[in-house]
Design a protein around this ligand. Structure first.
Ligand SMILES: [Zn+2]
Length: 97
């Protein structure tokens, strides 16, 4: 079995749709909206977040080393994704446990 398949079977990523996702943060709740680089308002689309599962679990933080010049997350992550009302570009806010 390839490394990718092992990781896919072992992940424990959950998805929360829309505004219900604000509380699935590893820190403070995510905001309901975020500002796009165009200046427009991004509305909450969904949140993906990692949780410990029953079986072997791989975390996003295991994908790469976190070292000087190659920063990476060090713990389970939660990512809120917003879509801009003006240009539809995605905006992401990420935090970790
Ligand atoms: Zn925009």
């Amino acid at each position: 079995m390839s490394k990718e398949k092992e990781i896919i079977q072992g992940v424990s990523i959950q998805i929360a749709f829309g505004e219900t996702g604000t509380k699935f943060s590893h820190q403070e709740e995510f905001p309901l909206s975020a500002t796009c680089i165009c200046g427009g308002e991004g509305r909450m689309a969904f949140v993906v977040y990692e949780r410990a599962g029953i079986n072997k679990v791989s975390y996003i933080c295991d994908l790469h080393k976190n070292e000087p010049g190659n920063m990476w997350v060090h713990d389970a992550v939660a990512v809120a994704v917003y879509l801009c009302k003006n240009c539809l570009k995605p905006i992401a806010i990420c935090n970790q446990g």
